[in-house]
Design a protein around this ligand. Structure first.
Ligand code: FAD
Ligand code: FES
Length: 292
């Protein structure tokens, strides 16, 4: 089991800054009051746009990419792609506008686990992992960061990642499908090359598209690495109430399911709730054959 999440609340956040961050992505800095519990790497929030500016009814889930303390509260950083109506409307909001922030939600990465931490990011999955690298650096631990994308243009915020990692003493390993930067291939190809040079046990923390996470989960299970994946699902509430974000449990998780000890806002024997039991899951908890 990973650490219990901290208490969440809904509060008004004020947009401090929005700026393009490369590859069609945006960086958002949002100020929240001190009463908002500091999110941990891997946790997320639900952002609800002001009714006058929002074409969508439901809030949108977003991973926290950075947390800095400031006078009177926290500044939360997000890296996001405007892919649809909600995120495009978010990108159009100027500094000073308010959005409702519900969080911090879900379980983050178990960064305290002993072993060599290897962070594995695909595309915009870099965001929570740079936050994780920051947290590891504060524990005095150095990490390896494997970062992959289809081509060099899609290595979102690469310069920022390079700068931040260098300051922490971490090491960056790149891959692109077309070989335009780093190893030609994917993040698993990099893991194959890198693992023999690292001290075992390895602890993998990954974020990216589900196809990538599936491959990383299978690699981790095959090599006996403790492997943690930040999953996504379409979410309405983010708190376990709507039952709209199920992910299939693995056969071993089904066999070990104890209904009497399962909190009511978790899933049932067959299905885990991505929002309350995740979004970070251990590889062995999910049925990767049934995840798209
Ligand atoms: C825990 C979690 C953390 C996330 N963190 C980030 C992040 O850090 N940065 C970021 O850019 N995005 C993140 N997402 C995805 C983001 O929430 C969706 O892109 C967003 O909700 C789309 O809303 P929209 O109104 O712009 O698009 P819509 O019009 O609702 O959808 C546009 C496209 O995105 C797909 N989509 C919608 N909602 C989701 C979802 N929840 N997960 C996956 N695909 C979805 C739709 O199927 C459709 O193809 C995260 C999602 C989850 C569940
Ligand atoms: S989003 Fe409602 S139960 Fe997960």
């Amino acid at each position: 089991m990973i650490a219990a999440p901290r208490a969440w609340r809904q509060t008004a956040g004020v947009i401090a800054r929005q700026a393009p961050h490369g590859a069609g992505h945006w960086w958002l800095d949002l100020d929240v009051p001190a009463s908002f519990a500091p999110p941990a790497p891997g946790q997320f929030v639900q952002l609800l746009l002001p009714p006058a500016a929002s074409p969508v009814l439901l809030p949108r889930p977003m991973s926290v990419a950075a947390v800095t303390r400031r006078r009177g509260g926290l500044r939360l950083g997000f890296l996001y792609a405007p892919v649809g109506a909600g995120t495009r409307a978010l990108a159009a909001l100027p500094a000073g506008d308010r959005v409702e922030v519900l969080g911090p939600l879900g379980h983050g990465y178990p960064l305290e686990r002993p072993g060599t931490p290897v962070l594995v990011a695909g595309g915009r999955g870099i965001a929570p992992l740079l936050f994780a690298a920051d947290a590891l650096a504060r524990q005095g631990r150095r990490c390896e960061l494997v970062f992959g994308a289809r081509s060099r243009d899609l290595l979102v915020g690469l310069d920022d990642a390079r700068r931040r990692l260098a300051a922490m003493g971490g090491r960056l390993h790149l891959s692109t499908d077309d070989g335009s930067r780093g190893v030609r291939g994917n993040v698993v190809d990099v893991l194959e090359r890198l693992a023999p040079r690292l001290a075992f046990p390895l602890v993998l923390h990954a974020c990216g598209p589900h196809a990538m996470l599936k491959a990383v989960a299978r690699w981790g299970l095959r090599h006996g690495a403790s492997t943690w994946l930040a999953m996504e699902s379409v979410m309405a509430c983010g708190t376990g109430v709507c039952r709209g974000c199920p992910l299939p449990r693995s056969a071993s998780a089904v066999a070990g399911f104890d209904g009497a000890r399962t909190p009511s806002l978790h899933g049932n024997r067959e299905w885990a709730m991505c929002c309350t039991e995740g979004p970070v899951f251990e590889a062995g908890e999910l049925d990767w054959e049934r995840i798209e």
